[in-house]
Design a binder for this molecule. Structure first.
Ligand code: ZN
Ligand code: ZN
Length: 339
């Protein structure tokens, strides 16, 4: 079968790979749709260390082709979405039927070969049945929503609070929509490109700040009567954006850091103490119903994913897919790959 393989920095190619096999407790899926995310792109550009060669990709959906020993045959033929972290299978949580509390779970496509291929094996516990009315490409875009929900779950937004979302990539846009659904009052977003702002506004943003033209910290203070926002969420992973969070939040406010990169500055503790802040680190998609609820928000139409998909490619166009996602050229937000 064909698979996209990262062979080194900024190098991806199609290769023939052996068919996957369903071990006990696992299934083999036909991949129907996959999307590229910041992690895949940073594996490609070197901001996240990756053992090469590696088949990347972890946000995907498909259909069950075969099942391993101990898995109910009724899974065969079912359409599914897939949670992207593999439980270790050998810790107290895994042994007591709570695999998503596993402390050693590892992201598919980073620590093992991923979904940018025609077929893949995953544990049955990672599957979520895909309801009627949710298409494969939609179910391949759940991760940013699940990460966003994991953030909103922690922040406990109160109706009418002012919220800033720094960065309007897929996770930033997901958070814009989720914060609007959660009752944010003034909802300020930033990005270094104008391209995503049309989606930001459609998702409920009240103010869009282009950080290349405006002093974002000052603009946020101006929009919040000089006191800063109740909540500031950093999703971009850019050092300058990460560094402005503590200046943009009000005293006794809350901040969340989600944007990930190897070159982020250390978090200064003095302003955190001086402003009596609550700081949340969000390192993933939670695994406590966030995937299931994301799927429900899509199914029910509360979140329209259509505006974020700017590019679609076949697996045989994988080089172009990665180049587009990495350069964010041509207004790219989400790139969907269909094997
Ligand atoms: Zn991802
Ligand atoms: Zn485990």
């Amino acid at each position: 079968m064909r698979a996209a393989v990262l062979t080194g920095l900024e190098s991806v190619e199609l290769q023939e790979r052996p068919e996957p096999e369903a071990r006990p407790g696992w299934v083999v899926l036909t991949v129907e749709a996959a999307s590229l995310c910041g992690t895949d792109v940073h594996q490609y550009d070197g901001r996240i260390d990756t053992p090469f060669p590696r088949v990347p990709g972890h946000d995907f959906s498909g259909r069950v082709l075969s099942v391993g020993e101990g898995v109910d045959e009724s899974w065969v033929g079912r359409a599914v979405a897939v949670k992207p972290s593999l439980p270790c299978g050998d810790c107290p949580e895994c042994h007591t039927d709570k695999p998503f509390d596993c402390k050693k779970k590892k992201l598919i496509g980073l620590w093992s070969d991923g979904c940018l291929t025609e077929r893949i094996a995953v544990p049955v516990v990672n599957l979520i049945p895909r309801p009627d009315g949710v298409e494969a490409w939609q179910a391949a875009l759940l991760e940013p929503l699940a990460v966003g929900l994991n953030t909103v779950d922690r922040l406990r937004i109160v109706l009418g609070e002012s919220v800033v979302v720094l960065g309007q990539g897929p996770i930033g846009l997901a958070l814009t929509r989720l914060c609007a659904l959660s009752g944010a009052g003034r909802l300020i977003v930033t990005d270094a490109r104008e391209a995503p702002f049309a989606v930001s506004r459609a998702y409920g943003a009240s103010d869009c700040i282009d950080v290349t033209r405006t002093d974002a910290t000052q603009a946020i203070l101006d929009l919040t009567d000089g006191v800063g926002a109740d909540i500031v969420i950093e999703t971009s992973g850019f050092p300058a954006s990460s560094a402005m969070v503590l200046d943009a939040v009000r005293k006794e406010g809350k901040v969340a850091h989600i944007g990930w990169a190897n070159d982020l500055p250390p978090l200064p503790v003095i302003p955190i103490m001086a402003k009596t802040l609550t700081v949340y680190g969000v390192g993933g998609n939670g695994g406590r119903g966030q995937y299931e609820r994301s799927l429900e928000l899509v199914r029910s139409g509360r979140i329209d994913l259509d505006p974020v998909v700017t590019h679609r490619f076949g697996l045989d166009q994988i080089e172009e897919a990665f180049a587009t996602a990495a350069s964010k050229s041509d207004g790219a937000i989400k790139v969907v790959v269909t094997p």
